[in-house]
Design a binder for this molecule. Structure first.
Ligand code: BGC
Length: 452
């Protein structure tokens, strides 16, 4: 295999971690209605069945930095693949809500690990000049996983009536993840170890061998020399994060992570069929509309990939953020005026499209570039942890907000949408005032921004 093709294959194999991130977090959206009936859940139980997996994600993100440093990136990815596999089988066969939750949490640990290690691995095997685009590929893999599982769920739901779906459909949906998980596990043994990690372990010969396969012999020697030169083999400490520049970057990273979530993306991603049923659609129609969400999410990610280096990170965040606020505002208005119906679908899609071309990919790109080389793995795992924590908060509370009689009496279901819309306004302010433009800047120039 020539070097180009090898690099692409290795990158694609690693993006399977992103694909499973999307697949695992969104599989629940198609299963939750039947699951709710099967286990006779109330609103809190429903929120728990959906968001328990996210607790695993929260818990998996924090040690990801440590695991990947001590055991290597490859082992970290293989471990996450194994967790996905166990979770898919276990949750599909679960006999009780508690059993189900335990296996979903195991899968969540896999997502937490993969969500931090996969983009880092991609950045570490990629040549510098292509790193930005390759990180966006990771978001593309996430949304591909989401779109794929929406289709799979829809297809499975069509195989039987409501009764069959309640008893069996959701099990097939969760079990379907066995396939991509098995694939990811196999590929995680095939991919090479990250050359940067190998150098940090003192295995310079092995690193050169990997770099040669990725870049050809000449470039490989140059890159190796660079890695050796810039490598700070001290383990990053929490204290390093308290230096003013690092601290500022961390605050912005955590802010971006939190705002990406409190603007409600995963309330829509995980509960879309429920939302569409509240608009008046039947179960199959709701799942079909859900596949539209997945497709629009996928299509508009390409807009970001094409424009991010041209118009810059901030422009995308501002334009996309405004579209999200508009979409949420109108959906809320329709519900508030008790005038819901299919006409709200385009505004849900406007919201999704706006997110997909902005806050989805751009947050991952910024997270991967705003931190100093030395503290990156530590700072990244903290920022990713914050993202999962807020994801958990939103997914746990969304059904409660939707089903709350007191709120519904006043707002007729508009409240959560307006709440996320308001957070969207906060997000716009945050980007405008607090986020530096990083387009076309080297990582070293970035350090200067923070110092200023
Ligand atoms: C976010 C996920 C979200 C996905 C939706 C990602 O960037 O991190 O929480 O589910 O985008 O496309």
């Amino acid at each position: 295999m020539n070097t180009q093709r090898y690099l692409l294959s290795v990158t694609l194999a690693a993006t399977l971690g992103g694909l499973l991130f999307g697949y695992d977090t969104a599989v629940i959206s198609g299963a939750i209605k039947s699951l709710k009936e099967y286990f006779e859940l109330d609103a809190a139980g429903e929120g728990w069945a959906v968001s328990s997996a996210l607790l695993g994600c929260v818990a998996g993100a924090l040690p990801a930095g440590w695991i990947s440093r001590v055991f290597g990136r490859k082992m970290g990815l293989a471990l996450s693949a194994l967790l996905f596999l166990v979770s898919a089988l276990g949750s599909a066969l679960a006999g009780s809500l508690n059993g189900f939750v335990v296996y979903r949490i195991i899968g969540g640990l896999g997502v937490g690990l993969a969500s931090m290690i996969a983009p880092m691995y991609i950045a570490e095997v990629a040549p510098a000049e292509r790193r930005g685009r390759l990180v966006s590929l990771y978001q593309l893999a996430i949304v591909t996983g989401i779109a794929l599982v929406f289709f799979v769920n829809y297809f499975i739901a069509l195989q039987g009536d409501d009764q069959w779906n309640r008893d069996w459909g959701w099990r097939w949906m969760l079990g379907s993840e066995t396939l991509p998980a098995g694939l990811f596990l196999a590929f995680s043994f095939w991919i090479p170890e990250s050359p940067r990690w190998l150098v940090a372990q003192g295995r310079h010969d092995k690193a050169l061998e990997v770099l040669t396969r990725l870049n050809g012999p000449e470039t490989a020697r140059q890159v190796l020399a660079q890695i050796e030169q810039t490598l700070d083999s001290r383990l990053p400490k929490f204290r390093d994060l308290l230096a003013p520049a690092a601290w500022l970057a961390l605050l912005v990273g955590m802010g971006l992570s939190a705002l990406q979530q409190v603007t409600g993306i995963n309330a829509i991603m995980y509960y879309a069929p429920k939302i569409f049923e509240n608009f008046g659609a039947g179960r199959d129609a709701a799942l079909l509309q859900n596949t539209l969400v997945g497709l629009v999410n996928l299509a508009f990610t390409f807009v970001a990939i094409k424009t991010i280096d041209q118009y810059g990170r901030k422009a995308l965040l501002l334009v996309g953020g405004a579209g999200m606020v508009l979409g949420l505002g109108v959906v809320g208005l329709g519900l508030f005026l008790q005038n819901q119906g299919i006409w709200l679908l385009p505004f849900v899609l406007l919201y999704i499209a706006s997110f997909a071309m902005s806050w989805g990919p751009v947050v991952w790109v910024l997270l991967s570039e705003i931190f100093d080389n030395h503290v990156r793995s530590l700072a990244l795992s903290i920022a990713v942890f914050v993202q999962w924590a807020f994801n958990f908060l939103v997914s746990q509370t969304f059904p409660m907000l939707v089903d709350s009689p007191a709120l519904n009496e006043r707002f007729h279901g508009a409240f959560p949408f307006w709440l996320y819309g308001f957070m969207g306004l906060v997000a716009l302010w945050f980007v405008w005032r607090r986020v530096p433009e990083t387009k076309n800047k080297t990582l070293e120039e970035m350090q200067q921004i923070w110092k200023r």
